[in-house]
Design a protein around this ligand. Structure first.
Ligand code: M6R
Length: 371
């Protein structure tokens, strides 16, 4: 079943152009003739008005699934105008945080069986909220327990480290954001640009997968390190958290994703000539702020690896001295799908080089069915 690949994680990373195609199949309307460009999500279409009228939307999940929610939060807020609250399922349960009948709660889970997410679902239902599933497993407990939902159709994911499910979750939730947003004159060009780039996504993921060899080289450089920091912000705060999670869970290397806006509030103290730091600085509304983060890290002689849009290396790293990862550029909200791929490849190669089990990391289970 692994075909030409040595590990499931490796196979699942490389099959993302196909899994993303499957996630979007039959759901995107190209436009032309009488058709307006748009999305059609069968599970959601009869409930869009109710969700739009919610007092707030909650994204609830654990681990990678939480990160997928974080990556799409801003777009849902932008297109729907409804505030989105992020909840780690275990924390919501610990706090017994308030949930209201006027809330719509999205439960994001690859397996659909994660105990904390499932308990949070029972809790939200008991509070009277409208509950929506975003899962990869038809017939799973979360798919059954929600009022309705969207299947991400990424195909079966076997590696414990979630890779293709993450990118498909973001693609599916981007389509949810588009479905929730009304097609107004003022939002039309933005909506159309996102839909065009959803069509372009599989080819761009193919392109970024060509960095495999470069990521193997980077892994060789970093394999003896104790720690790796990842700075991101905006849409790519989620990429920083998810990239760091991939490295720590499979390569068993300490890694921390940090909101770049928090840099001066503590993390800056860690910076020296030895600690490797990846800064995500692809083109978007936050990229000039990331430029200044890079300058400040360089001023402290930080060991920098900068991820930027193709052609931006000189702009983002004018003084040289940093390693650069150049990636294809899409609409800002889809960039997390592109940007996570080099991290997945890096985590995979680091794991192989460090001699750890790629598909079954120490102490972890694919589906966490106990709290
Ligand atoms: O099946 P779920 O998406 O609910 O699982 C949630 C987390 O346990 C999962 O994403 C975990 O963080 C992964 N091992 C990360 O790669």
């Amino acid at each position: 079943k692994k075909g030409n690949y040595d590990y499931y994680m490796q196979k699942e990373i490389h099959e993302q152009p196909d899994s993303l195609t499957t996630t979007m199949r039959g759901r995107l309307i190209r436009g032309g003739g009488d058709n307006v460009k748009g999305v059609l999500l069968g599970g959601l279409k009869d409930h869009l008005r109710t969700i739009r009228r919610s007092r707030r939307i909650l994204f609830i999940g654990c681990g990678t699934s939480y990160h997928a929610g974080l990556a799409t939060r801003a777009l849902v807020e932008e297109l729907s105008g409804v505030p989105v609250t992020m909840e780690l399922a275990s924390d919501l349960l610990d706090r017994q945080g308030p949930i209201y009948r006027e809330d719509t709660a999205f439960f994001v889970s690859q397996s659909g069986e994660t105990a904390d997410t499932l308990q949070a679902l029972e809790y939200a239902r008991s509070c009277g909220a409208l509950c929506v599933g975003v899962t990869n497993t038809v017939g799973s407990a979360i798919a059954r327990g929600t009022h309705f939902g969207v299947h991400i159709n990424a195909g079966c994911e076997i590696g414990v480290a979630s890779t293709k499910a993450y990118t498909s979750q973001i693609a599916a939730m981007t389509m949810i954001a588009l479905a929730l947003g009304e097609d107004t004159l003022s939002s039309r060009s933005r909506r159309e640009a996102i839909i065009d780039d959803l069509f372009n996504l599989p080819d761009n993921v193919k392109e970024v997968l060509k960095l495999d060899y470069d990521m193997k080289n980077l892994a060789q450089e970093l394999m003896e390190e104790q720690s790796l920091l990842v700075f991101g912000r905006g849409y790519n705060y989620a990429t920083a958290l998810e990239g760091a999670l991939k490295v720590k869970e499979v390569a068993l290397m300490h890694s921390e994703g940090i909101l770049a806006g928090e840099m001066k509030h503590g993390p800056l103290a860690l910076v020296d000539e030895t600690l490797p730091i990846i800064v995500i600085a692809t083109r978007d509304a936050t990229c000039s702020k990331q430029q200044s983060v890079i300058q400040q890290l360089q001023a402290r002689k930080g060991r920098l690896i900068v991820m930027c849009s193709k052609g931006d290396a000189d702009l983002m790293c004018p003084n040289g001295g940093c390693r650069v990862i150049e990636v294809p550029q899409l609409q800002d909200c889809l960039q997390p799908i592109i940007n996570i791929v080099p991290f997945q490849l890096l985590a995979y190669h680091l794991t192989v080089l460090r001699g750890f089990n790629v598909d079954q990391p120490r102490n972890l289970a694919k589906s966490v069915t106990t709290s």
